[in-house]
Design a protein around this ligand. Structure first.
Ligand code: UN1
Length: 548
C-alpha cells in the first residue's frame, strides 16, 4: 500500500503512515481494542479520511487512534523522560533547530499543504508555517537565555534562586485552524524545557500532523520523546485523562477545553493550560479613522473565513459614525473574494467541513430569530461565486469535473447583521466561528462601549479604533480580554507575546514565555554558605533541650 508522503500527490486512495510512537510508525491497536468495527473489513472503525474542504474530496486515509494507542504512546513518553531531561537545554534545542530550518526550507510546499487540508487561503497557509518556525526559533533560542532569578535572602550567607524543572509528560491537543503553528506553540516549548510529548493533531488535519511527525523523526530526537497519535476526541480524552500526563496543553473549543480543565482541576499535581474561543469585539468610537476601522473589521471578521479563535463577531460602533461605517463595511462584505484557497486573489477560503457549515447556518438563523436585520447574507453562494479551480487546486482542468468538484466544497460567504444591543441575546454571546458578524450601534462615551464589549462570557481578543488616546487607554485598562489591540485588527498575534484569554476563553498560558509556566515546576533553591544555620524572620535556630 503506498503511503502518503509529505510531497504527496493527489491520489485519493493513499494511506497515511499511522501513529508515531516510540520512534516507530505504527497502525496501532485499533482493531483489537478500539471501538467495535466491522471485523470483516480490517479497517472498519479504524481509519478516517482527511478532506480537502474546497472540494469535499478525500486527500488520504489515516489511522484512528484508540485508548490502546494512547496508552502505548504514553508508555513511550514516560520511559524516554529520564534521559531527555538529563540533556542540557542547549542539546535539546539542537533537535528543534533542525526542524526550524526544514520549516523555512519547505515554506511554499507546506503552505500549500496547509491550504489544501484546512482551506485557508495561501497567504494564511504560508503564515501558519512562518508562525511555526517563529515559535521554534523562540523556544530553541530561549534555551540559551537565563531561566530563573537570583533572589535576595534576609541572611547574608544564604543564596536563593529559582530553578525550573520539567513537569514530565505533556499531552498536547491541537486544533485544525493552525495545523502547523499551534502544535509548535505547545511542543517546541514543552520539549526544550525537558518534557516528553504525546500529541494528538486535529482529526481534520492529519496530513499536517504526519509531516510534523516526520520532521521530528528526521531530526533524530531520541525515540519516545515525541509521540503522535492520530485520531478524534476519544483519543484526546484518553491523553487528557491519563494519570501519566503531568500537563495538558489544549487549544480548541470552549466546550472541550472546559471539560478538560474541569477534570484535570480535580487531580492534584496535574495542570491544564487551555486556550479556547471568543466572542471578540471591535469598538469603533466617534474618534475613529474609518479607513482603519473598516480595514481592521474586515480582516478580523473574515480572514480565515472567521475561523480563528480571535476572529471578531461583534462590531460596536458609535452612533456618530455608524451609518458611514455600516455602508462601507457592508459594501466590502458584499464583494469579498471567496474562492480557491490556492489562488492568490482569494480572501476567504471554504469552511472546514460540512458540519461546520451547518453550525454557521444555525448561528445565522439564531440571529434572525432574535430580531437581527440582515445586511449581507452570502451564506448560500451563487454558483458563479464558487471557484472553478486553478492549476494547483484539487480539481484538474482536464477532467471536465472541475466545477462539479468545487461545488462539493464547504463554501460559505459573509453574514452581516445589525441588532439592538441586549445583554442576553444569544447571538451576541455564543461563538459561531465563522464569517458571521453583528453591528451594534452605541451612544454615549467609551465607558458605554466597553460595557457592551465586556458583556460576553468570553475574553480572548478585542480592538479599539480611535484617534483619542484617552479612549484607547480606557479600553486597554478596562476591556476584559487577554489580547487587546488599538487601531489594528484583533487577529495576528506574534509568538513572543503572551497569547491567551480570560473568563471563558482560557487561562492565558499557551504561548512562548507563558507556556513555560505550564510545562515546568519551579523550585526555590536556597543554600547555606556558612557553617552555622541562621533562619529568616528572626526565627531562633537554637536547639534547646531539657539539659540546658
Ligand atoms: C487561533 O485563532 O486559534 O493571533 C490562533 C492570531 C494567530 C493565532 C490565532 N497568531 O491570529
Amino acid at each position: 500500500m503506498p503511503t502518503v508522503s509529505s510531497r504527496m500527490s493527489q491520489q485519493r486512495t493513499e494511506r497515511g503512515r499511522g501513529h508515531y510512537i516510540g520512534g516507530e510508525w505504527t497502525d496501532g491497536n485499533g482493531a483489537e481494542r478500539g471501538p467495535a468495527g466491522d471485523r470483516t473489513q480490517p479497517d472498519a472503525g479504524r481509519t478516517f479520511e482527511s478532506e480537502n474542504p474546497a472540494t469535499g474530496e478525500p486527500l488520504a486515509t489515516f489511522q484512528r487512534g484508540t485508548v490502546a494507542d494512547v496508552d502505548a504512546a504514553l508508555a513511550a513518553a514516560e520511559s524516554a523522560a529520564e534521559e531527555w531531561r538529563s540533556l542540557s537545554y542547549i542539546d535539546r534545542a539542537e533537535f528543534l533547530w533542525d526542524i526550524y530550518h526544514e520549516l523555512r526550507d519547505r515554506h511554499d510546499e507546506l503552505g500549500k499543504i496547509v491550504s489544501k487540508e484546512c482551506g485557508k487561503e495561501i497567504s494564511e497557509g504560508k503564515a501558519d508555517v512562518t508562525e511555526a518556525w517563529h515559535m521554534v526559533e523562540w523556544a530553541a533560542g530561549n534555551a540559551r537565555h537565563p531561566h530563573g532569578d537570583v533572589v535576595p535572602s534576609e541572611i547574608g550567607s544564604k543564596d536563593a534562586y529559582m530553578r525550573r524543572k520539567p513537569r514530565g509528560v505533556v499531552g498536547c491537543i491541537t486544533p485544525w485552524n493552525f495545523p502547523v503553528a499551534i502544535p509548535f506553540w505547545h511542543m517546541a516549548i514543552a520539549l526544550v524545557e525537558g518534557n516528553t510529548v504525546v500529541w494528538k493533531p486535529a482529526e481534520q488535519t492529519p496530513w499536517c500532523g504526519q509531516i510534523i511527525a516526520e520532521m521530528f523523526e528526521e531530526s533524530g530526537i531520541p525515540d519516545g520523546v515525541f509521540n503522535m497519535v492520530q485520531g478524534f476526541g476519544d483519543a484526546g480524552a484518553a491523553i487528557a485523562d491519563d494519570e501519566r500526563v503531568d500537563t495538558v496543553l489544549f487549544t480548541g473549543s470552549a466546550e472541550v477545553g472546559h471539560e478538560i480543565a474541569g477534570n484535570v482541576g480535580g487531580e492534584p499535581g496535574k495542570l491544564a493550560a487551555c486556550e479556547m474561543g471568543g466572542k471578540n469585539g471591535i469598538v469603533i468610537t466617534e474618534e475613529a479613522d474609518l479607513d482603519i476601522a473598516v480595514h481592521a473589521a474586515i480582516m478580523s471578521s473574515f480572514k480565515t473565513t472567521g475561523q480563528r479563535c480571535v476572529s471578531s463577531e461583534r462590531l460596536i460602533v458609535h452612533e456618530d459614525v455608524y451609518d458611514e461605517f455600516k455602508a462601507r463595511f457592508v459594501d466590502i462584505a458584499e464583494d469579498i473574494a471567496v474562492g480557491d484557497p490556492l489562488e492568490a486573489d482569494t480572501f476567504m477560503g471554504p469552511a472546514i467541513e460540512a458540519d461546520h457549515v451547518e453550525k454557521i447556518r444555525r448561528h445565522n438563523d439564531l440571529a434572525r430569530d432574535e430580531g437581527a436585520t440582515v445586511l449581507v447574507d452570502r451564506f448560500e453562494l451563487a454558483d458563479e461565486e464558487i471557484p472553478d479551480g486553478s492549476e494547483d487546486g484539487a480539481a484538474t482542468a482536464a477532467d471536465g469535473e472541475r466545477s462539479a468538484s468545487y461545488a462539493n466544497g464547504h463554501w460559505v460567504g459573509p453574514f452581516v447583521y445589525e441588532i439592538d444591543y441586549e445583554s442576553d441575546l444569544r447571538c451576541l454571546n455564543e461563538e459561531c466561528f465563522g464569517p458571521h458578524v453583528a453591528l451594534i450601534e452605541y451612544s454615549g462615551d467609551i465607558e458605554d462601549a466597553v460595557e457592551i464589549h465586556n458583556d460576553t462570557p468570553y475574553g480572548l481578543a478585542g480592538a479599539i479604533i480611535s484617534e483619542d488616546y484617552r479612549q484607547l487607554n480606557y479600553f486597554r485598562d478596562r476591556a476584559e480580554i487577554g489580547l487587546a489591540y488599538a487601531n489594528l485588527p484583533c487577529i495576528g498575534a506574534e509568538v513572543q507575546l503572551p497569547f491567551g484569554g480570560v473568563k471563558k476563553s482560557g487561562n492565558g498560558y499557551p504561548s512562548a514565555r507563558e507556556a513555560i509556566e505550564a510545562v515546568t515546576e519551579r523550585t526555590a533553591w536556597t543554600m547555606n554558605n556558612s557553617r552555622e544555620i541562621e533562619m529568616a524572620q528572626g526565627l531562633s535556630a537554637d536547639i534547646k533541650t531539657t539539659e540546658d
